[in-house]
Design a protein around this ligand. Sequence first.
Ligand SMILES: Cc1cc2nc3c(=O)[nH]c(=O)nc-3n(C[C@H](O)[C@H](O)[C@H](O)COP(=O)(O)OP(=O)(O)OC[C@H]3O[C@@H](n4cnc5c(N)ncnc54)[C@H](O)[C@@H]3O)c2cc1C
Length: 642
Amino acid sequence: MDILDKTVGAVGADCTDHLLSDTTNILSNLTSLSSVESILLAATALTYLAPDWPKSSKIDNFPKLSPTALGIFFRNSFFVAGGTCFDFVIVGAGDADCVLARRLTEVAGWSVLLVEAGGDPPITSDIPGLFNLLARSRQDWAFYAEYDGCTSQALNHRRVAHTRGKMIGGSGCLNHIQYLRGGSRGYDEWEAAGNEGWNWENCLKYFKKNENMTDKNILNSSTKSYHGINGPSIIKSPSVNNYFYEKEFMMLKAFEELGEEIKEDPNVPDEIGQSREFFQVMDQKPIRACGARTNLLPIKNRKNLYLLKHALVTKILFNGTVATGAEIILSTGEKIEVCANKEVIVSAGVFKSPQLLMLSGVGPCEVLEKFNIPVVLDNPKVGRNFHDHIFAAIAVTGELNPATSLDAGLSLIDLGTFPLPLTTGLFSVGENSTDYSALIRHVSFLFGSLSPILYYACFVNFNYNETVCGAILKANLLREVIFNNVALMNPKSRGYVTLKSADPVDDPLIIGNTFDVESDLEILAEGCQHVHDLIQTTHFKKVDGYFIRPPLPECDSLDFGSKSYWKCYARVMATTLYEPVGTCMMDPNGVVDSNLKIHGLEKIRVVDASIIPKSPTGFMGTVVQMIAERAADIIKKEYCIE
Ligand SMILES: Cc1cc2nc3c(=O)[nH]c(=O)nc-3n(C[C@H](O)[C@H](O)[C@H](O)COP(=O)(O)OP(=O)(O)OC[C@H]3O[C@@H](n4cnc5c(N)ncnc54)[C@H](O)[C@@H]3O)c2cc1C
């Protein structure tokens, strides 16, 4: 039985239940396009060599020995025995962990063990244009939120698909590597909520510390002072060819006609404006420059760095309220325990971190009791405050030009043209155009006609159903499609993550509560309507561009263009922009304090996207790397290391 068949809750009274509609003929023809993708993949793979990722430490039944001493003799093949002690045991080797590993192992006297459930990133991760293929692959945890009976009916199985990386580098190795920090206000709000030191000025310091901006235009501009040039994260704008340059310019112009300002540099803290995109891409080669490559690879031979791959942390061990280590299941099925002299750092991401804490006895008492988990600390906030940048897609057609498919296809090989997104920007809806709470971000992706990548993006990445993707792919047979992600930046609704069972191998239970607060839906609906108006601009009129209106049984009886239509559209089309946060919230009354230590416990911190109390308007990978940079400094300071 398909795992998804287990899902699907009750359908709300006012929501029509239309699960999967008729498959179109077109669609079945288009499935053969995956062979195009295979050819492109094979051709592109030839131009790459897989990097020599750090080796996993060997596991043996050695008695307790100093890992540092062993490391001297067994570089890359040292032993981690049950009971071995490290100064820091880090759960995960994801986006935050790679930064932490780099910074903490700078202290030669500290030993650091990363325990990662996945293995090495595959070649599809290296090639930026192929990141779509990683969704639902072995490297994706592939979580799904529960159906709430009322939203996201246009998705397969009516469930939001939460892709999360399961490999060295975590989600950073399958994300879209767009580099966007967001506005200053988002960070200042963290401090205003009682999280001392987490303000824009301080965060900027750590964004810069992490950054190696290589874009010549930015480095020669007045915004240079906002950027770092000595950090590990390589940032650049893609060197676009004429085709993409022209399209980028066209989109910026179209948004300008809709009344929006054009910005040269999206990473200065102004809130509102449209700009082209910046990415984490290697400087000379178009290879993903995610945290694993830029932070972990360069330090893989440090003698105080230890790594266990294909190893799942199943429990944090406590002595009273003091964290002492971790229980780990190895790929062989063997269970071992390691101990942490200084700290355990939980960095397993927004879904797995709260799950692991609960499995270890830290969380809401009633949940722990339900699953017979001995209580270490009753904290009702663990798993709460879950929120995301929810988006609805507005797809419009561009030029009627079959030849562009060649350009789009070739862009996978000529990676100088990657990535496909053209522009991004923030705008505000509602009567007050500077209303911060009503901010919307759009990301516009261009797909040349007959694009296999659009097929993947629609079905696999965004998980839209056959009816929706059928309409979009039909339009794409002969025309370019501009796929706009219209995303809510400051949602008030909050969901939660909790346990499905006491089995650490089980997925956590994810409840989105997406539009619990009605104004969230109203703002997203207005955003959709605004982006739909692109078709009224000069370029789109010239090329007879149109909005690809997918058949939506829940909405089709409503007046097209009315407020109620757009509200219905936004509700039914709602899905994730992959930026969930908040489940181990940093707050004086939350889960961690401003030093990221868990309230009420000792020798344990959380450092990942789960600590974000309220989503800023940037992309979360960018934000998480900054958080890890600052966390490393906080830790060093506590141990009096300069
Ligand atoms: C498809 C997609 C596109 C995105 N696009 C962008 C973008 O363009 N720009 C951007 O800035 N952000 C983007 N993001 C968001 C960004 O990638 C994430 O927010 C960020 O990487 C999260 O980092 P993290 O450290 O919190 O978690 P992760 O990077 O997910 O790391 C968690 C790690 O812990 C491991 N783990 C979990 N549980 C255990 C356990 N029990 N034992 C051992 N290991 C465990 C996981 O396997 C994983 O490696 C995107 C995300 C996705 C999924």
